[in-house]
Ligand binder design. Sequence first.
Ligand code: SF4
Length: 65
Amino acid sequence: MRIRVNPNLCQGHNRCFSLAPELFEVDEFGLATALNDGRVPAGMEEKAQLCIDNCPEFAISEIED
Ligand code: SF4
């Protein structure tokens, strides 16, 4: 599974980072980027999906690997 944060949609709520600091990093403005080029480590898929579902801006999406 691979995910991406759309930088044009992310508003820096930090919710994804709070839910899964293993999957995201945030800059000084709280804007998120997916770690590891978006590749979700094995066993973390459910957490990644939780972040996708909980982003208030719909900024996180699954992309083709
Ligand atoms: S939850 Fe969504 S809007 Fe908030 S920091 Fe993460 S990607 Fe950006």
